[in-house]
Design a protein around this ligand. Structure first.
Ligand code: BT5
Length: 324
């Protein structure tokens, strides 16, 4: 069930350069010609380039570079995820908005997305740089019927989903750094922030916050981020259609979440391992309590990292910052 606006866009897009008359649009959408004209004006204000050809009709010349709902819907192949999209040109943090929406009962699959965040956040209140129009800053509300002990793995499910989507849309194959980073050539291109709303025995909502650097140039990362951050454009050499990438991320996130719920963590773990750059390395892990060093030898079925310390002891780590 597309909105009228989405129908107009998709109709003009399908015509691929052939003009479509206002009358045809009006008839097909069962609205007046004046309404058609108003919708077209509205689209122009949003950055769609629409050309009127005398006596023939309208041509859609260019789509705006936005992650507005109707741009994402054009590509969407999911059943639930992204069927409700809350779009903000600017907001403080999509994560905070999504958490509030979830408490208010937002549906499974609801997406909050913004062109720009003024107070984007990482784990433990670190800040997340979210410049305008250059990245994907979104939070997805999931309501799986599981107990809280199975929630943490969703960070890894999301990592695998994003890696797949990036691989499909660009020519880059990202690496996953446990638990929540995607790297390309050793630099961070994606961060994931998974937050939980739960009772003791039941998950109410999992809010998966996803930040992907897409079309930034090196200038965007001056300062502290310069040595550690990169974007898909910087790595692949070409600009990426953010709305297409969003729809692919949602597609894979739906697929892999369902897989995890139905089949457990093992199949996800196998895919995760194929992208990972943490295992089989010597690493330093900083947890809330301590810093430990050792060999990363595996991942458990609940998503913990297994570290073999120098004294031979094996330690499971559930959350940490990792230095490779
Ligand atoms: C993360 O935290 O990597 C999770 C980032 C999640 C961001 C999304 S965007 C949509 C949603 N709304 C939000 O407000 N947040 C989520 P962490 O592992 O703690 O890493 C944070 C660190 O990454 C910072 O301390 C910086 O060093 C670095 N960093 C900040 N911005 C970055 C960027 N744009 N690209 C790469 N690295 C960045």
């Amino acid at each position: 069930n597309m909105s009228i606006k989405e129908k107009i866009i998709s109709r003009l897009k399908e015509a691929s350069g052939e003009p479509i008359s206002g009358q045809i649009l009006a008839d097909e959408l069962e609205i007046s010609r004046t309404m058609v004209w108003k919708y077209l004006k509205g689209l122009e204000e949003e950055g769609y380039e629409i050309v009127a050809i005398k006596k023939k009709g309208y041509i859609l010349n260019r789509l705006p570079d936005t992650v507005a709902a109707e741009r994402i819907s054009l590509h969407l192949q999911t059943e639930h995820l992204g069927r409700e999209i809350i779009y903000h040109p600017v907001c403080e943090s999509t994560q905070t908005i999504a958490a509030n929406k979830a408490r208010d009962g937002a549906l499974h699959g609801t997406v909050v997305i913004a062109e720009e965040q003024t107070a984007g956040r990482g784990r433990m209140d670190r800040s997340w740089e979210s410049s305008s129009g250059e990245g994907i800053w979104m939070s997805v509300i999931l309501r799986p019927k599981i107990t809280p002990q199975f929630a943490a793995q969703f960070t890894l499910v999301a990592a695998v989903s994003i890696a797949r989507a990036i691989e499909e849309v660009t020519n880059c194959v990202p690496n996953i750094k446990w638990p929540n980073d995607l790297l390309i050539n050793g630099k961070k291109v994606t961060g994931i922030l998974t937050e939980l709303q739960a009772d003791m025995d039941r998950v109410q909502a999992i809010i998966v916050g996803i930040g992907i650097n897409v079309n930034q140039t090196a200038d965007s990362f001056k300062g502290v981020l310069e040595p550690i951050a990169t974007s898909l454009k910087m790595e692949s050499g070409t600009a990426v259609d953010r709305s297409l990438l969003v729809s692919k991320v949602l597609f894979h996130l739906e697929r892999y979440s369902d897989m995890y719920i139905k089949l457990g963590f093992e199949p996800i773990k196998l895919i995760w391992e194929s992208y990972n750059c943490t295992l089989n390395n010597r690493i330093r892990a900083t947890t809330l309590r301590e810093t430990v060093e050792g060999q990363a030898i595996g991942m458990t079925n609940d998503g913990a990292l297994q570290l073999r310390l120098d004294n031979g002891e094996i330690k499971n780590i559930y959350s940490a910052d990792i230095d490779l």
